[in-house]
Design a protein around this ligand. Structure first.
Ligand SMILES: Nc1ncnc2c1ncn2[C@@H]1O[C@H](COP(=O)(O)OP(=O)(O)OP(=O)(O)O)[C@@H](O)[C@H]1O
Ligand SMILES: [Mg+2]
Length: 254
């Protein structure tokens, strides 16, 4: 497919305990866009992301990826287009070695051994982790685990990358490296994050969520300039937006 997009049409989702975590989400992300998904804890960001590749299915409404409506029948096809990177790498890495983890997805796609090997090398090179290929994922640092998690998804050749809190729990250097890594990708990207500097640097467009709904969808600058919205969503403007020397980054009072 040359033209990829991700669309949600009035998606509702109720967890088995009856709680409605998505209350009618509609959005469309088109080819090559990098979009941030922001909102307070519990707003529904992770729940929304889990719908992008069918880990959760809507209670009502539909998710469409590159013209294919997500159903139990199409889920495996959609997962080749949409690569989801979880917040916690320990949920993504489960094989004895890094290279086996990165090979896992391609192995399930019916590729030859040679094709699998070249995908492993390419994905690990893309995240600067080829030197870790023989190591156990359990013995890596948090930043290394994050890079390898991204590689496990890249090796599937997705056109849309969906990342949940890619910089959470990283030290400043690993965080910076991750932001720079993501900036080098040309994939269509949807990134849920509380890291407002990442949003500012990486994503020209921002979606804000509150109570299971999208309450704003616009340029990142326009969202960050809407102090009422930031306040309502419990967000703060990144320091980088301020003039040099202005240290206050609070959303209120400006
Ligand atoms: N398995 C579950 N069963 C019932 N309710 C759930 C479940 N998982 C999440 N929720 C609820 O759904 C709502 C949205 O949760 P979600 O994890 O999507 O929020 P989030 O925006 O990703 O938050 P955070 O910023 O803390 O990661 C919350 O109220 C949460 O308590
Ligand atoms: Mg979350």
């Amino acid at each position: 497919m040359s033209h990829h997009y991700l669309r949600f049409n009035d998606v509702h989702y109720r967890y088995p305990n009856g709680f409605e975590a998505l209350g009618g989400v509609s959005l469309c992300i088109t080819h090559g866009e990098k979009v941030a998904l922001v909102g307070a804890n519990g707003a529904g960001k992770s729940t929304l992301l889990l719908h992008t590749n069918g880990l959760l299915m809507p209670s009502s409404g539909e998710v469409v990826v590159g013209g294919i409506t997500l159903t139990r029948k199409t889920v495996n096809l959609v997962r080749q287009s949409v690569g989801l990177v979880f917040q916690d790498p320990d949920n993504q890495l489960f094989m004895p070695t890094v290279e086996e983890d990165v090979a896992f997805g391609p192995s399930n796609m019916g590729l030859t051994a040679g094709e699998i090997e070249s995908r492993v090398v390419e994905a690990l090179e893309a995240v600067g982790a080829l030197g870790l290929r023989k190591q156990s994922p359990y013995h890596l640092s948090g930043g290394q685990k994050k890079s390898v998690s991204i590689a496990t998804v890249l090796s599937m050749g997705p056109s849309i990358l969906v990342l949940d809190e890619p910089t959470a729990n990283l030290d400043p250097r690993a965080r910076r490296q991750t932001i720079e890594l993501l900036g080098r990708f040309s994939h269509t990207m949807l990134v849920a994050t509380h890291d407002m500097e990442l949003v500012w640097e990486l994503c020209p467009r921002t979606l804000a969520m509150q109570g299971g709904r999208i309450v704003a969808d616009g340029t990142t600058r326009s969202v960050f300039n809407d102090t009422e919205l930031l306040e309502a969503c419990g967000l703060e403007r990144p320091c980088r937006m301020e003039q040099p020397g202005q240290r206050s980054c609070r959303s209120s009072g400006r």
